[in-house]
Design a protein around this ligand. Sequence first.
Ligand SMILES: Nc1ncnc2c1ncn2[C@@H]1O[C@H](COP(=O)(O)OP(=O)(O)OP(=O)(O)O)[C@@H](O)[C@H]1O
Ligand SMILES: [Mg+2]
Length: 305
Amino acid sequence: MSVLSGVAERLHRPSASGPNLVPELAQESGPSTTLRVRSVSKTFRGAEGTVEALDDVSFEVAAGDFVCFVGPSGCGKSTLLNLIAGLDRPGQGQVMIGPRAITGPGADRVVMFQESALFPWLNVRDNVEFGLAGLSRQERHARSAQYLDMVGLGAFSRAWIHELSGGMKQRVALARALVLDPRVLLMDEPFAALDAQTRDRLLLEVQRIWMETQKTIIFVTHNVREAAVLANRVLVFSARPGRVKAEVTVDAPRPRALKSPDLLAVANHIADELESEVVRAEQEELAIAAAAAAHHAGLRLRREG
Ligand SMILES: Nc1ncnc2c1ncn2[C@@H]1O[C@H](COP(=O)(O)OP(=O)(O)OP(=O)(O)O)[C@@H](O)[C@H]1O
Ligand SMILES: [Mg+2]
């Protein structure tokens, strides 16, 4: 059986979005649907003009699924993650978690960024326990110990953040996210700043943790190999405005090894889907830079003339 299948058409079926989505959702989505992004568009308006970041994006994520987003820089991946996290609101469309529209941040969704954003004045354990204020001290310690063990940092609970390597900091950030027991874990290029060896080790750890916890994970990456190793489904986004260009299903058995030849073929397939979009994004950036240069040259001529 092929490990690849492109089903972009399915993702772009017409939808009748409206305020009364809940009954419709109950019919259309199975009980295992955790997240539903429906006809979402987002435009930013600022001093520099208007940026259309996302255009009519629709997809669903089942409970326990592992979905990766790949796409050219600036195509709206982080914007979409922010909308799912409830840190921003869509211009059009809706993001639903279970039967509810997302209107703000919630304990059911936790985001992990490229920078770990840990508190340097707290030790490792207190960082992990930060979101557990309602629990007794004993319960907090039991839970932080459980998740620090899970990320391989059981022996470092009393260490200070400045004593940790970049990879260890991201492990703490992962434990701090998992300890909250969210339904959905949103990871925005969490290992992009790490060296290749640390990154590879952490990828396999994330795979193991996902297999152990069966959390729903959405993971943004520029690395097609990373996407092939981690994901059950890879959504490939177009150049800005971001649209779902293709979906690649990865059926390879787990645990997956980084060097598996099957995965190389999947990674190449994702790269093929991505290539034209990266070129398009680059051409657009160049056109914007050329227009800005022409504008500034015109201003200078007018000043001098
Ligand atoms: N708050 C904002 N105000 C104005 N423009 C924004 C804002 N946030 C994002 N943008 C713009 O929206 C577009 C999409 O940005 P976003 O950060 O979502 O892209 P991305 O796919 O995550 O890129 P990268 O791969 O480089 O992280 C970019 O052109 C960006 O400049
Ligand atoms: Mg981003």
